[in-house]
Design a protein around this ligand. Sequence first.
Ligand SMILES: [Zn+2]
Length: 327
Amino acid sequence: MAKRFYLFVFFLFFAISTLSAQTTYPDIKNYQVYFGSAKRNTQDWLVLRRFEDHNKSYLLLLDPRELETKVDEASLYQVNHLTIDELRKYFAVTAYVKALSKAESQDKMIQDAGIQTGMPKETGITLTADLCPSHRPLDRRIFTDIFNEFKKVEQPVPIALSVTGIWMRAHQADLAWLKDMQAHRQINITWINHSFNHRVNSKAPLTQNFLLEKGTDIYYEVTETEKAMLKNGLLPSCFFRFPGLVSDAQLVDAIINFGLIPIGTDAWLAKGQQPQNGSIVLIHGNGNEPVGVADFIKLIQSKKRMITNKQWLLYDLRESVEDEFGN
Ligand SMILES: [Zn+2]
């Protein structure tokens, strides 16, 4: 009897720990941008990256229909290596490839290239908050507020966070707090790559600023951020947000060749842009833009009754893009 009880307790601990802890990869080696298809049973996954950790090989995998990612052991899959062009042909009918192509067709804009809206047929918005480098603490109001307002209608509440390497390094306590909310299923975070350094020059024109600054190593900016995410137990998504929303055609193409979909915005609240149904709303979660956060909280307050009646919701970025580009 006692034995059984201990076994039960052990199982319970195991279940709780696997539920609440996102796996971390503290010792990543041979990190590679590697494309392919990976078969397991009947499902065909899309391979975005491969790496090693503690002498095991892992794949960063994407379901190109649902836009969900996961990390899994490479040995469990039958992998077929593809170039990015072959990959785009192989998975041509999926929401992922269609969204990539849409972003590619809009690569000429200096600001706000990429996907800017989700699904206008639904009422509500997709919330994205950027975590650019900052000395200020995380603006926790955003998270406690959406949790409190939506807990009766949506749990966990979806939010997409664009994270930089520098922010992760300097804000370990904030990161732990976010992961704890995620583990308790209060929020569901889609992690967007927002570059590692996020350099900005207040004097330079946009065409030579942010990632367009001379000497930028885009390979470093993309892959070091992903490695830092994995090291910190965050799951990279297939999305990228340009620092300052600034890019040119060459940079958009470079990001697409990493297999990442640039995400813009049609409602940067601190700039006075009004959100519409289906908007991808941008606020800053790094404490540097309290005006945008205050506007967001006001927006939520104004929708209170509609939220209670499930007539105005927050949408998961992955689902928004899937609905926009899927079949
Ligand atoms: Zn930023």
